[in-house]
Design a binder for this molecule. Structure first.
Ligand code: PLP
Length: 345
């Protein structure tokens, strides 16, 4: 077999959800957009629903439809992008709750789906999605008359606890929602870690569930094992890979493993000190990462195993992200479609 093996530990995912839930006194929902951060929204959703999660968030109505098919009736599914033109049938057929982002969306919703549950997304300063203060002030009374199920906003800098933006957005959100007696939500993973002032009635973690930063106490959810296709011996002075960027300084053994940038192992990682693991023993990645192949210096190994791990307990999505100059979220959502997937739990 020459495809890499991605193992997704749903028990670890559930543990992360429970541990995040235990940090608050409010409801903990789950964000499963982008196909559950690349790990399969249906599987992730079912595992979390079984563990007690009652509400899920996706980015687009189409994602909500797919999730509803997996979850069946019961759990709430909310859509961050709100009620877009063309969404009406999906929202209705799959019982999805749009988070309305503008007056336009609000009018569309009340006209096309009167009585259908909705929430409102407010912009507390990120300037990405949601109604701004003035717009909300103008329509709040009408919206509140239709009984929104949630008022939500999103933090721009929650992964930096000391950033003044956090307190500023909290103040703005409170100013827009205090006294309205509608359930409120402000915190994603980072916001949960900012403490109780940010928790309100419902928290919406995403990345922390999947084992990513800023939830530093997360347990790893993914393991990625790469099959060794070939092993060869190099004399000092010989090179490996495109562009001859690596030269053997000693007699070396090079293993070629099956995965590359087409599988989400970004080419930019190649210069970042990434390792692959033979059990607990790290072996440096050498030379450039190709589309389907990575070369590894296995000189120190007495025996080269059939598989070498590039994601495990020692090297997480955030380690790979640092090496590529990105964030764990992007490593997860780039997760390759060629991998043979195994779900544990
Ligand atoms: C993606 C997203 C989340 C989840 O964020 P994490 O940082 O992954 O926990 C929550 N709310 C909104 C609006 C989002 O876009």
């Amino acid at each position: 077999m020459s495809t890499a093996k991605l193992t997704i530990n749903l028990d670890a995912l559930v543990t992360n959800w429970r541990n995040l839930d235990a940090l608050t006194r409010c409801e903990t929902a789950a964000v499963v957009k982008a196909n559950g951060y690349g790990l399969d929204a249906g599987r992730v959703g079912k595992a979390l629903a079984k563990a007690g999660a009652r509400n899920f968030f996706v980015a687009a109505a189409e994602e909500g439809g797919a999730l509803r098919r997996a979850l069946g009736p019961g759990p709430g599914i909310s859509v961050f992008s709100g009620h877009m033109e063309g969404d009406t049938k999906l929202l209705k057929d799959f019982q999805l709750t749009p988070m309305l982002n503008s007056l336009d969306q609000m009018l569309r919703h009340f006209e096309s789906l009167p009585g259908h549950p909705f929430g409102v997304q407010l912009d507390s300063g990120m300037n990405r999605l949601g109604m701004e203060h003035g717009e909300w002030a103008a329509v709040a009374e009408i919206a509140l008359g239709q009984n929104p199920v949630l008022l939500m906003s999103h933090l721009a800098c929650a992964d930096e606890p000391d950033h003044p933006m956090n307190a500023q957005q909290l103040k703005t959100f409170r100013g827009m929602t205090d006294g309205l007696e509608v359930p409120r939500s402000l915190a994603a993973t980072g916001g949960i870690l900012l403490g109780p002032d940010y928790h309100f009635d419902l928290c919406r973690p995403g990345v922390g569930l999947y084992g990513g930063m800023p939830f530093k106490d997360a347990v790893p959810v993914v393991q990625l094992d790469l099959p060794v296709i070939q092993v060869r011996d190099l004399e000092p002075g010989e090179t490996a890979g495109y562009g001859n960027t690596w030269t053997a300084k000693r007699p070396s053994r090079i293993a070629t493993v099956a995965a590359g940038y087409a599988d989400g192992l970004h080419r930019a990682m190649g210069n970042g000190g990434i390792r692959v693991y033979a059990g607990g023993t790290p072996c440096p990645v050498v030379g450039r990462i190709s589309m389907d192949l990575i070369t590894v210096d296995v000189t120190e190994l007495a025996e080269v195993p059939d598989m070498l791990a590039i994601l495990n307990e020692q090297q997480t999505v955030d380690t790979l992200a640092d090496a590529a100059g990105t964030i764990g979220y992007e490593i997860l959502t780039s997760t390759g479609h060629r991998y043979a997937r195994t779900y544990l739990g």
